[in-house]
Ligand binder design. Structure first.
Ligand code: M6R
Length: 607
C-alpha cells in the first residue's frame, strides 16, 4: 500500500527511482512522484495516474544523484497531483514520502496552520513536512526524530532537505522499509523488489528505527538517539520472476504458474518413509506439537478464505478443533489466549496491517503465533515465532491466486503432520501423499482446458450479479470465487454455503441472477444437488464445477466445467483454478485492468 523508494549514489537518481516505482506499482497506483536534490534546488515531479504517466513527465536529462519517490494508494484526500507524494513545503526546502496513516493529523494541522504553515494538499502526510520546517535546526535526522515524537499513527517514510544534499532520512513504524546496500550506492524502499536489480544485500528496518542514508553507508538509531546495530540479509532471485514472461497480465501468469507453485510448497517436505510432512520452520518440538489442543488462524481477504479451508483440513485429518478468524476483528476483541492454543497468521505479503497488529497483540499476551507467508523476510515472517513459507514466488497481480493454492497446500502438509503424530495411520498418510503429489499435474490439466472457461465467461458477460455456492470445504471456495470476480471485474458477486441459500440468498434468484456452484463428487453432493434443483425451480441459471465423470450434473446445470477426481480435502486446490480463470476472463472481456483493479492495492499496510 504505497511504495517508497530512495536512492543516494553516483548515478542519476531519476531513472532508478522510476524503475523502482514500476516494480512497486502493485502496492498502489493512484498517483506517483519523485523529488531529487538537483543543482538548482529540489526538483519535484508528480502526477495523478500511473508510474508510466510520471515517467513521461520526467525530463531525460534530469540531474541529481539523491532522491525519493512514491506511488500512492489514497487514504486521505482525492487522487490528484496535489495529494500525490512527495510533499514539500512552499519554499521547497524539505520533501517527504510517507506510507501509513498519521492519526492525529487533524489536530496537528490546525495547530500548524495557526502557526502560519500553508498546506498544499489534503493528506495527513503533509503535517510531517510542516513539522520538519518548524523543527529543523541544521540537522534533518534530529528534526525527523522530534517530528515523529509528535505524531500518532503508522509510517514508513523517507525525506530530504535542500541544506543537506546527498542525505536521506527514513523511519519506520508499522509500514515496511528496507535498506539496500549497493556498490558505492544505497537504496531505501518499502519493498526489496524495488531495488533487486541493483543489490541483493538488504537490511530490514524495525518499528521505532530511524535510518540515515548517504551514498557511502547508513546508520540506524532509535527516536532516543541510541545506535542500533543491524545485520545484513541476502535476497535470492533475480527479479525476473516478477516479469510477465510473455503472458498478457501478471494475473494470468500467476494462475498458470500453479502447477509449479503448488509443487514448490510441497518440495522436500513430504516423507514417504514416515507417511508425513516435515515442516522445519515451525520451531516446535514434537512434544509441543502433540500438546496443541486448539488452533486459531487469523488473516484477511483471500488468506482468510484459505484459513477457513485450512480449518476443515486440520479438524478432519488431525481432529484438533480449529477456527478461522478475521485478524482485524481479533485485534480489538481482547482475544483470549489459552495455554494449549496454537495461533497461525496467514499473509501472502507478510505486511498486512490488520494481520500484523493482531499477531503483535497475541504475542504481547504470550501466545505462540506461527506465520504462513509468501514473502521471505516480510515483517510477519520475521515477527512470528516460526511458520511455513509457501514459496509461491512473487505474486504481483493484486488479486491473489497462486498464494491461495500454495497456502492450502501448506496447511494440508501441516494437517498431515499433526494427524500422523496423532491417530492417522501410515497407510492413510501415504495415500494422502500420493494424492498431493498428483495435484500439480491435475492443475495443469485444468489449465490446458482454460479456453473453455473463456467461452463460458463470454456466454455470461451479460450478468450483473453472481451467487457462488459451495458446502463443507468448498464453502470457502464459494467466498473466494465471489471475491475474485468482484475485485477484478467489478461485477457484484456474493458467496455463501449452499445450505445457507434457503435462509435468504434464494430471494435473489431469477433468470438474470446466475449461480456458480462448486459441486464435486463428495460426501455433500446429494445435498448440493437439492440446492441446485431449488435454483432451477426458480429459473436461475447454474454453472457447476463438477467432478469429471459425473454426467448427471450435465443434465441438471446449464453449464458444467469438470475438475479431475480427487480426495475430498484436496478438491479446493483444483476448484480454485477454474474460479480464478472464470473471473479473469470475464474481467478481461469487460476490458478491466485485472492486475491493478480500481481502488485496491496488493499489500494493505493501513488499518
Ligand atoms: O498479503 P495478505 O495475504 O495478508 O493479503 C490479504 C488480503 O488483503 C488479500 O488476500 C486480498 O483480499 C486480495 N486482493 C485478494 O485477492
Amino acid at each position: 500500500m504505497c511504495g517508497i523508494i530512495g536512492y543516494c549514489g553516483p548515478r542519476r537518481a531519476a531513472p532508478l527511482l522510476i524503475e523502482g516505482l514500476r516494480r512497486m506499482e502493485y502496492r498502489g497506483y493512484d498517483s506517483a512522484g519523485i523529488c531529487l536534490g538537483a543543482p538548482g534546488g529540489l526538483a519535484l515531479i508528480k502526477t495523478a495516474g500511473k508510474v508510466k504517466a510520471l515517467a513521461e513527465k520526467v525530463p531525460a536529462d534530469l540531474e541529481g544523484n539523491c532522491g525519493i519517490g512514491h506511488t500512492r494508494w489514497a487514504t486521505h484526500g482525492l487522487v490528484n497531483e496535489q495529494n500525490a507524494h512527495p510533499h514539500t513545503d512552499i519554499q521547497k526546502r524539505f520533501a517527504l514520502v510517507h506510507n501509513g496513516i498519521i492519526e492525529n493529523y487533524l489536530s496537528l494541522k490546525q495547530e500548524l496552520q495557526a502557526e502560519g504553515f500553508v498546506f498544499q494538499s489534503e493528506t495527513d502526510s503533509e503535517v510531517l513536512v510542516a513539522l520538519l520546517t518548524g523543527l529543523y535546526r541544521g540537522d534533518l535526522e534530529k528534526a525527523v526524530k522530534e517530528a515523529l515524537g509528535r505524531v500518532e499513527g503508522t509510517y514508513g517514510l523517507a525525506c530530504l532537505c535542500i541544506d543537506e544534499p546527498g542525505l536521506i532520512v527514513g523511519a519506520r513504524n508499522g509500514s515496511p522499509l528496507v535498506v539496500g546496500i549497493g556498490d558505492g550506492e544505497m537504496f531505501l524502499a518499502s519493498d526489496y523488489n524495488a531495488m533487486i536489480a541493483h543489490t541483493r544485500q538488504v537490511v530490514y528496518c524495525e518499528d521505532g528505527e530511524v535510518i540515515t542514508l548517504t551514498a557511502s553507508g547508513f546508520r540506524t538509531t532509535d527516536l532516543a538517539n541510541r545506535r542500533i546495530e543491524k545485520s545484513i540479509d541476502h535476497i535470492d532471485g533475480t527479479g525476473a520472476e516478477a516479469e510477465k514472461a510473455g503472458f498478457p497480465t501478471f494475473m494470468e501468469k500467476e494462475i498458470c504458474e500453479q502447477p509449479e507453485s503448488v509443487d514448490r510448497a510441497m518440495r522436500g517436505r513430504l516423507s514417504r518413509e514416515t507417511g508425513s510432512a516435515v515442516l522445519g520452520g515451525l520451531n516446535m518440538s514434537a512434544r509441543e506439537l502433540r500438546s496443541v489442543g486448539r488452533i486459531r488462524i487469523l488473516s484477511a481477504g483471500t488468506s482468510y478464505y484459505a484459513a477457513l479451508a485450512a480449518c476443515y483440513m486440520i479438524e478432519s485429518l488431525a481432529r484438533i478443533p480449529s477456527t478461522a478468524e478475521l485478524a482485524s476483528e481479533v485485534r480489538y476483541a481482547n482475544p483470549l489466549v489459552e495455554p494449549d492454543t496454537l495461533f497461525f497468521v496467514i499473509s501472502q505479503s507478510g505486511e498486512t496491517a490488520d494481520t500484523l497488529f493482531a499477531l503483535r497483540e497475541l504475542k504481547r499476551k504470550g501466545a505462540r503465533v506461527l506465520g504462513v507467508c509468501n514473502v521471505v523476510g516480510s515483517t510477519i515472517a520475521r515477527e512470528a515465532d516460526g511458520g511455513i513459507y509457501i514459496h509461491a514466488g512473487p505474486e504481483i497481480a493484486v488479486a491473489s491466486t497462486k498464494a491461495f493454492t500454495s497456502t492450502l497446500t501448506a496447511f494440508l502438509l501441516f494437517a498431515l503432520s499433526m494427524a500422523r503424530s496423532r491417530d492417522l495411520s501410515l497407510k492413510a498418510g501415504l495415500a494422502l501423499i500420493d494424492e498431493l503429489s498428483a495435484v500439480p499435474g491435475k492443475i495443469q490439466s485444468l489449465l490446458d482446458r482454460r479456453q473453455d472457461l473463456d467461452l463460458l465467461a463470454q456466454k455470461y458477460l451479460w450478468a450483473g450479479n453472481f451467487l457462488y455456492l459451495g458446502r463443507g470445504i468448498n464453502y470457502p471456495l464459494a467466498l473466494e470465487g465471489a471475491l475474485k470476480l468482484k475485485e477484478i471485474s467489478y461485477i457484484h458477486a456474493e458467496g455463501t454455503s449452499s445450505a445457507e441459500m434457503k435462509h435468504g440468498p434464494i430471494a435473489l434468484i431469477n433468470e438474470s441472477f446466475p449461480t456458480v456452484m462448486i459441486l464435486p463428487q463428495d460426501s455433500l453432493r446429494g445435498k448440493n444437488i437439492s440446492n441446485l434443483k431449488e435454483i432451477k425451480a426458480r429459473q436461475g441459471k447454474v454453472i457447476a464445477l463438477a467432478t469429471a465423470g459425473d454426467e448427471e450434473i450435465s443434465s441438471l446445470a446449464d453449464d458444467v466445467f469438470f475438475i479431475p477426481p480427487a480426495e475430498e480435502l484436496l478438491n479446493p486446490l483444483l476448484a480454485a483454478v477454474p474460479l480464478q480463470l472464470f473471473a479473469y476472463y470475464l474481467a478481461r472481456r469487460l476490458g478491466r485492468n485485472v492486475d491493478q483493479p480500481r481502488n485496491l492495492a496488493k499489500s494493505v499496510t493501513v488499518e
